[in-house]
Design a protein around this ligand. Structure first.
Ligand code: NAD
Length: 425
């Protein structure tokens, strides 16, 4: 599907496909990318739709629709998660697949971009039903995915158990165990040490570089974190361990604030015991809708997309915005944040720690030799720091903001690979 090269109107601000397009257009225009290459990069290389018949626990037959999109394989096998949700659409999967192409290129790992999804509601499906959906979806895609072709990973509502089923199904078809077909597997089945912490750890590494750039000490840095899940929880824990003060944590059901710094481990325990971060003895409850606009040095939105938009971006008071989540700022918010002088570490860089350690998992599986956590973290640090400096120096050299620089750098790398390979006629 080809779309007009325009910035999304405000009513389209939250559409992921248009958001991805807006960033692509900006970078492609600045790079003066020729029309033919733009066409190639706007169009996914391959899209597969599968209709999966599955017997439900009550004996009824149901047919689920699943997708796998490979946006680009110019730099290596497609890489990207599989999500299960009732509102999955092919447009969304396409947008997310292209996002993965740019993310892998920014951190310079040898993957293209892919994404998958199955339209289903996991909240009403039993584990057995989910397993049957997963196995049949995998069987339908057995010639599409593979360590050298396309390597899925968990995404919304899929997890390491889902990856274990995919690995097993694929291996049964191939008549040999193929651990490198997916990443995000359990450690015992070829998963990597350090993967659960990797995205939050990546956020820490790039934030530390940003602080250095502004001659700010971690011990004098006040951080607000939105979303206390995998990325936000781990990010908060590691940032706090590196000396930063986590002054506020925001969740969907409340926010807690302590100007002297929150004990993150104690807050995790409190949430485990009570089911909520609110009423935590070490902090005061504040309005979660206002907490995003607290005066702070670092804001880590790590919950969901579109939380910072044209209606509230001018209220952001953070100096550094580290995008832990995918797409927390809309394209319209980008401009407002730039005018305010907020230093944005864009998602395709900031949260690329996860896919980077997925790459390490794939490497380890193919080597059959597993690294200790120290090595995983050290290699992650090197990649995140190098990528941060590449993006920031690209931004300075071309006089653009960090997000545009990240996209320009990514596009440049993908186009370079396409040109080197040439077109197979
Ligand atoms: P998660 O489900 O573990 O955590 C998300 C947290 O945000 C939950 O605690 C949830 O309650 C909270 N939340 C939801 N809506 C909220 C709201 N409106 N306000 C405040 N809090 C809210 O998910 P995750 O894996 O941490 O992913 C978070 C984001 O990071 C997503 O955008 C995801 O795509 C992105 N991401 C994750 C990874 C990864 O490795 N997990 C990698 C790259 C990007």
């Amino acid at each position: 599907m080809l779309l007009e090269a325009t910035t999304p109107s405000l009513e389209n601000e939250f559409n992921p496909w248009l958001a991805a397009e807006a960033r692509f257009n900006e970078a492609a225009t600045r790079l003066k990318l020729d029309d033919g290459l733009q066409k190639v990069l706007r169009t996914p290389g391959m899209e597969v739709t599968v209709h999966i018949p599955v017997q439900l626990d009550d004996g009824r037959l149901e047919v689920f629709t699943g997708y796998r999109v490979q946006h680009s394989i110019a730099r290596g096998p497609a890489k990207g998660g599989i999500r299960y949700a009732p509102d999955v659409t092919i447009d969304e999967v396409r947008a997310l697949a292209s996002w993965m192409t740019w993310k892998c290129a920014v951190v310079n790992i040898p993957f293209g971009g892919g994404k998958g999804g199955v339209i289903c509601d996991p909240s009403v499906l039993s584990e057995g039903e989910l397993e049957r959906i997963t196995r049949r979806y995998t069987a339908e895609l057995v010639d599409v995915i593979g360590p050298e072709r396309d390597v899925p990973a968990p995404d919304m509502n899929t997890n390491e158990k889902t990856m274990a089923w995919i690995m097993d199904t694929y291996s049964m078809h191939r008549r040999t165990t193929v651990t490198a077909v997916v990443t995000g597997k359990p450690l015992q089945l070829g998963g990597s040490r350090g993967r659960p912490e990797a995205t939050g750890r990546g956020c820490l590494f790039v934030t530390l570089q940003a602080l250095r750039r502004f001659h700010m000490e971690p011990s004098e840095t006040k951080v607000v974190v939105q979303g206390f899940g995998n990325v936000g929880g781990m990010g908060a824990k590691l940032m706090s361990r590196s000396g930063m003060k986590i002054i506020c944590v925001i969740e969907y059901d409340g926010a807690v604030y302590n100007p002297h710094g929150i004990d993150v481990n104690a807050l995790m325990l409190h949430r485990q015991e009570t089911g909520s971060i609110t009423h935590f003895p070490g902090a005061e409850d504040i309005d979660p809708h206002e907490a995003l606009f607290l005066d702070c040095d670092v804001l880590l939105p790590a919950a969901k997309e579109n939380v910072i938009h044209s209606g509230n971006a001018d209220r952001i008071r953070a100096k550094i915005l580290c995008e832990g989540a995918n797409g927390p700022c809309t394209a319209a918010a980008d401009k407002i944040l730039e005018d305010k002088g907020v230093f944005v570490i864009p998602d395709i860089l900031a949260n690329a720690g996860g896919v980077t350690v997925s790459y390490f998992e794939w490497v380890q599986d193919r080597q059959g030799f597993f690294w200790n956590e120290r090595l995983v973290n050290a290699r992650l640090e090197e990649i995140m720091e190098d990528s941060f400096h590449s993006v920031v120096s690209y931004a300075e050299k071309h006089g653009v903001n960090n997000r545009t620089a990240a996209y320009m750098l990514a596009l440049d790398r993908v186009v370079f690979a396409i040109k080197l390979r040439g077109l197979y006629a």
